[in-house]
Design a protein around this ligand. Sequence first.
Ligand code: SF4
Length: 214
Amino acid sequence: MIHLNMDAGETTITSLIEKHITRLRACRRCRLMQGPVVSGGPVVSKIILVGQAPGDKEPVLGRPFAWTAGKTLFGWFQQAAGLPEEMFRQLIYMAAVCRCFPGKKTTGGDRVPSDDEIANCASWLRDEFAILKPELVIPVGKLAIAQFLPQPRLDRCVGRSFRTVLADQRFDTIPLPHPSGASPWHRIEPGRTLLAEALGLISRHPSFQSLTNT
Ligand code: SF4
């Protein structure tokens, strides 16, 4: 874990986040998690996207949202804001509730991370918030939304913006549903309309606007 000294004037945000990623990649705290750690890399950004946990393809391909859910997610931003996937990856910091693949359930599908694993990984997220001081946070899926809002029901939070605090940072949180093909929520009403409203809120957010104007 990085122990931050934010008074260290000569230490840049870039070097802090680079050191953070190096330490994160070496993390082996969770016995049942299947490495390697998946990271989007040291992107200096005022926007943080928080996913749930990688699937089995992401550790192999070496980046978050690298497979079918990612295609859907990046398609949303391309359509709503004209932001292509590679630009998204270069401009927005991609975090997650857990950074390692949890493995499969015996009944099929990916195992949901345990409370202990979520707690283990939360310190990485807190350090990222302390370093980057985000203005906009986009949690994707109920597990990610639950780290920021007490009520993660999709129909009560998607399409809305919340003022939220983590690691002494205050920021806007605009939740998105998980783009997994396993859930039809975002393809049927009211999910379809609420998703469009959420993407509109993100596209008009000042941090997102300044990002796409540079
Ligand atoms: S899930 Fe997080 S805390 Fe657990 S081993 Fe992976 S990076 Fe470390």
